[in-house]
Design a protein. Sequence first.
Length: 220
Amino acid sequence: MATRAEVLDIVLTSRVIAVLRLRDAASLPDIAAALGRGGVKALEVTLTTPGALDAIRALAAAKAPGTIVGAGTVLDADAAFEAVEAGADFIVSPVLSPAVVRACREAEVFVAPGAFSPTEILSAWHLGADVVKVFPATSLGPAFFKDMRGPLPAIRLMPTGGVSLENAAEFIRQGACCVGVGTALLDPAILARRDWEALTVLARRLADAVAAVRSEKTAI
């Protein structure tokens, strides 16, 4: 299992966490491989996926170097501990649960709790979040992250919900440290026809788009 510092480094370098919320976990190995070929190295398997813990266990055992596998939709401490025992490198929650953050701190595992308001964001950070997941980002938009950089410049923010291939770079440009991307990346039509090459192409587009923001800042 990757250390907390290693996970943070991969997340901040790749800037993308793929949110894998599926009806069936059978295709997860193929999905993970296709995303990896496209440059997406952080994979979040939501616990709403049937057989999620077994899937995390299998992906963690077979993951390529530099790839991390985490658990998402973690709502309580027991679920966090179970995911870590299954091999999860990181924990993500849609809500701010102090118990989940404490469990991850106890296990020395990277955690990204969910928050929506500035008060929740600051509370999550004070509890010990490595990154604060801003969810749902759909109704906030990239400008919210620029606004948060003024009063809360040290807090690492990850928009999830409403992030697409078209706006992911803008979220990064406005101050997000990384993005969580689900349906926009895991196109249901692509998954239905098991077109792993097409999935790799989407992943590469996303990875290249967020990487380009770093090039923009270097050029300034």
